[in-house]
Design a protein around this ligand. Structure first.
Ligand SMILES: [Zn+2]
Ligand SMILES: [Zn+2]
Length: 175
């Protein structure tokens, strides 16, 4: 995806907004674990500050995700936004500089959009905030129906309780 900046780069203070519908950049699926659905639909604002062009992008991606609790597929909406500064200079990008460079009349945003969406996706997405997940014992989806398993809290906390008892005992010994 690229934006034309031939006009906005001519005058300091000029600002252009546009809505772009495009295909997702090819590298998106390298950054994003779940398939991205639908076209890329994004609002872009470019502002000429006099020294640089500040590009702001805002969009919402829809992914075909899998719930991290109940393992059911669901559509995950991921809002994302980025703000980056570009200066018209030739030469390679210097990682020491905190701005990007562009050359000519367009700025290519594929890499930035792919990175931005990649870091905007929650690490453990859930189909809904109150998803009950799977029973750790029988694997039943507890959103559909409760199962007959009993909670085994004693087993889970047993080692911790032993450890706490041991800690108390050793503190007592030192006194
Ligand atoms: Zn779920
Ligand atoms: Zn169960």
């Amino acid at each position: 995806m690229e934006i034309r900046v031939s006009d906005v780069k001519k005058w300091a203070g000029r600002e252009e907004t546009q809505h772009i519908e495009d295909e997702w950049p090819a590298q998106i699926q390298e950054r994003v674990e779940f398939p991205v659905l639908g076209p890329l639909s994004i609002d872009v604002k470019v502002r000429n500050t006099g020294q640089s062009l500040v590009v702001e992008c805002q969009g919402t991606a829809v992914l075909s995700a899998v719930c991290s609790r109940c393992l059911e597929p669901f559509m995950l909406e991921v809002p994302y936004q980025l703000v980056e500064e570009f200066r018209e200079e030739t030469g390679a990008d210097d990682p020491e500089l905190d701005y990007y460079r562009f050359n000519g009349d367009k700025i290519v945003l594929d890499e930035l959009i792919a990175d931005c969406l990649g870091v905007s996706i929650p690490i453990a997405p859930v189909c809904r905030s109150d998803c009950l997940g799977l029973c750790p014992q029988c694997g039943a989806n507890l959103n559909l129906a409760p199962c007959d398993c009993r909670p085994q809290l004693d087993d889970r906390w047993g080692p911790l309780q032993k450890w706490q008892a041991y800690q108390k005992a050793s503190v007592h010994d030192e006194e």
